[in-house]
Design a protein around this ligand. Structure first.
Ligand code: 5AD
Ligand code: SF4
Length: 446
């Protein structure tokens, strides 16, 4: 995924190129705000920029090559424009640090995720002193500098409540690049939420690699449900979502809180990664197929209107046809509303990358396609259940294809297309659903 933020400026222009997950999109939104506060205009034209920042991802094989490719493209620009500043932030910056300078001489700075607040100081140093190759990738295990962002939608604000991960799933690079898990104190999270609600945001999305192990590294003895309950005490109308919880840390108390608190959306993204207990063990996930299914059953019993989504990896080393059938079986049984499905990708530096029994790409593709087809069928069936229902939709804005159509989301995170106008954007409206496709519902404001 690649996003180019458009930054407009009075004096200097900057482009931010973002790869990767919501955490990176979140960091880029903060960098954008920092630059704007420092008289930069954000543009999406690298030829017309004084500063280019690439926010990098390393989750899948090939991601690093993509970044090096992009940096290579910038070389001629740097030769032409001596004062152009090029910076690399994000996971690759954290993981490769010195290698980036060795491979790409025209990079001016490499900055770790927890240091983005130092950008103004760093730019000043580069502009005023004759320095090359600034490295700010230390303090890996500290909380990042506190920075507020302007999110493009002006409706949903993303707030990181934990950083890093202690789980070491064997396919995943995150614990190596984002450091050990640490939590933002409750009062700071609440302050941040109030800041965004005061600015008119209507939806708060809590982010973390493993949100429901929240509390690690804090002096006070608090857990994720304590945090959720405190947030729900804020006396304003807003929706609360979070991503991603880990099945192993999903307590009965958490199910109760989701059920009882109206502000918490009735939608849970609960990554399973694989349906086979053998594969889950090789992945070091800490639960079995049966435990996952039991958890889902408990959730559905307590919260019948819950919508569920998941992440799945197919073709992990040594995954047999039978193992894959277990994954297929879970998708068949659980009836997720949506699944994010990936072919296993070898990440150098993780234990799974050197395991014997790597699966052929063609086999991975075939397994992925089977799952995609099954999920599409399930998503359509789930959506059809909404026909005739009246739901509350938070209107987000006109659709890119047809500006007369607006889109928004239900509490269960279903996308709804409806006829509206600008005055409803950012508002909660009651909508009657009259049609359902695989990925979208169609409704009429009542
Ligand atoms: N290969 C494929 N998918 C991966 N993910 C993480 N690491 C890998 C990998 N090496 C997926 C997981 C995770 C999502 C964000 O990315 O499903 O939940
Ligand atoms: Fe990676 Fe596992 Fe941590 Fe998620 S929980 S970030 S998959 S190590």
């Amino acid at each position: 995924m690649q996003n180019i933020f458009a930054i407009k400026i009075m004096f200097k222009k900057a482009t931010i190129i973002t790869y990767g997950c919501q955490m990176n999109v979140n960091d880029s939104a903060k960098v954008k705000k920092i630059l704007e506060n420092n008289n930069y205009e954000i543009v999406n034209d690298i030829n017309n920029s004084n500063l280019i920042i690439i926010n990098t991802c390393t989750v899948r094989e090939g991601a690093a090559e993509k970044v090096y490719g992009k940096l290579g493209e910038l070389k001629h620009l740097k030769l032409r424009k001596k004062n152009l500043i090029i910076g690399v932030i994000g996971c690759l910056a954290q993981e490769k640090k010195d290698e980036i300078y060795k491979k790409v001489r025209h990079v001016d700075f490499v900055l770790g995720n927890q240091n983005i607040g130092k950008i103004p100081q760093l730019l000043e140093t580069i502009e005023n002193e004759d320095v090359k190759h600034i490295n700010y990738t230390y303090d890996e295990d500290k909380l990042p500098d506190k920075v507020y962002a302007d999110f493009d939608s002006k409706i949903t604000a993303y707030i990181s409540i934990t950083y890093g991960c202690n789980n070491f799933c064997t396919y995943c690079i995150v614990p190596y690049v984002r450091g050990r898990e640490r939590s933002v104190p409750i009062n700071e999270v609440i302050d941040e939420i109030n800041h965004y609600l005061d600015k008119g945001y209507k939806e708060i999305y809590l982010l973390g690699q493993n949100v429901n192990s929240y509390g690690k590294g804090l002096d006070e003895n608090v857990n994720f449900t304590d945090l959720l309950k405190e947030i729900c005490k804020i006396d304003k109308k807003f929706r609360l979502r979070f991503m991603s919880p880990h099945p192993r840390d999903f307590t009965d108390e958490l199910i109760e809180v989701i059920k009882n608190e109206d502000k918490i959306c009735k939608n849970i993204h609960l990554p399973i990664q694989a349906g086979s207990t053998d594969v889950l063990k090789m992945m070091n996930r800490g639960y079995t197929k049966e435990e996952y299914l039991y958890l889902i059953e408990k959730i559905k019993n307590k919260i019948p209107d819950i919508s569920l989504s998941t992440d799945i990896i197919v073709g992990f080393p040594n995954e047999t046809d039978n193992n894959f059938n277990d994954t297929f079986d879970v998708v068949e049984q659980v009836e997720f509303d949506n699944s994010y499905m990936f072919m296993y990708s070898k990440r150098q530096g993780t234990p799974a990358a050197t395991m014997d029994g790597q699966i052929d790409e063609s086999e991975k593709k075939a397994r992925l396609q089977k799952l995609i087809d099954l999920q599409a069928k399930k998503s359509k069936l789930q959506n059809e259940k909404y026909i005739g229902k009246i739901v509350e939709v938070l209107v987000e804005g006109p659709t890119p294809k047809n500006p007369e159509n607006y889109s928004g989301r239900t509490d269960e995170n279903k996308i709804v297309i409806l006829k509206s106008d600008q005055k409803n954007v950012g508002e909660f409206v009651k909508v009657k659903i009259y049609d359902a496709k695989t990925w979208t519902l169609y409704g009429k404001i009542i």
